[in-house]
Design a protein around this ligand. Structure first.
Ligand code: DGL
Length: 269
């Protein structure tokens, strides 16, 4: 199976596009709902939680795990790739979603000014600035943390007046910092659920970029280039869901993310 990890439900916005582009594969989704949100936690804690979940996905038979969470990708990916895999799991792979997004983002902007909405953890890691600068040193990138957005989504309030208020507030703050921004990346997997409110708050000439289709296209490319991993993936088109919270809690929340009629399995560490 391809393991797909998120702190909670957000990774489903990535899973959906993976399933669309690569429908023949089997997926094992793990949401660490009992310990979400990760966005405001320390580096050490995010690393520890993410590694524990990656180990679980490996133990359940995933040769490849995608961290479908920007915060986990920003805080834990590099350490897992450099300090854990070579010594304990030399034949397994863990991929994140920041680098693939950074590789593509330059193609969307005409003004050369990009805005990024993300969690506080992703913003303070500086990962997007480093990665985008590597591929597009000429781009001016302005990041902005939106601490209220994940709770709004998780409480099912993404289409409420409360959401409109908090979205407008963050959009205004970002555009005040750089009025030449013509492209905004939603660099948190929860944020696509606020698309309506964000579009309402944005001037019409500003593009919104979503990560799901970028990550899916990059995964297709990765599997083409890595037959040694691809050949170990099972292909019956099935998806299973694991959560660190109760199955009932997960199934209810997943509904908000468009995953209908799923059944989840609860796990405790
Ligand atoms: N979905 C996560 C991301 O992409 C953030 C949610 C959280 O704070 O746990 O960054």
């Amino acid at each position: 199976m391809i393991g797909v990890f998120d702190s909670g439900f957000g990774g489903m916005t990535i899973l959906r596009d993976l399933q669309k582009s690569l429908p023949e594969y089997d997926y094992l989704y793990l949401g660490d709902n009992a310990r979400a949100p990760y966005g405001s936690r320390s580096y050490e804690t995010i690393y520890r939680y993410t590694l524990q979940c990656v180990r679980e996905l490996f133990a359940r038979g995933c040769p490849l795990v995608i961290l479908a969470c920007n915060t986990a990708s920003a805080r834990a990916l590099r350490s897992i790739q450099q300090q854990v895999l070579p010594f304990e799991f030399p034949d397994r792979r863990v991929l994140g979603i920041i680098r693939p997004t950074a590789e593509e983002i330059g193609a969307f902007s005409k003004s050369g000014h990009i805005g990024i909405f993300a969690t506080a953890g992703t913003v303070s890691s500086g990962s997007y600035l480093i990665e985008i600068n590597h591929f597009y040193p000429e781009l001016k990138v302005t990041q902005h943390a939106c601490p209220m957005w994940v709770p709004l989504v998780e409480y099912g309030e993404s289409q409420s007046q409360g959401a409109d208020y908090f979205v407008q507030k963050e959009v205004d703050a970002l555009l005040a910092e750089d009025p030449e921004i013509d492209t905004i990346l939603l660099a948190c997997t929860h944020y696509p659920l606020l698309e309506k409110a964000i579009r309402k708050a944005l001037p019409q000439n500003v593009n919104l970029v979503f990560q799901g289709d970028i990550v899916a296209a990059k995964t297709v490319d990765y599997l083409n280039r890595h037959p040694e991993i691809e050949s170990r993936l099972s292909k019956s088109g099935k998806t299973r869901f694991l959560t660190t919270d109760t199955a009932k809690f997960f199934e209810k929340g997943a509904f908000l993310f468009g995953m209908r009629d799923i059944s989840a399995e609860s796990l405790t560490f």
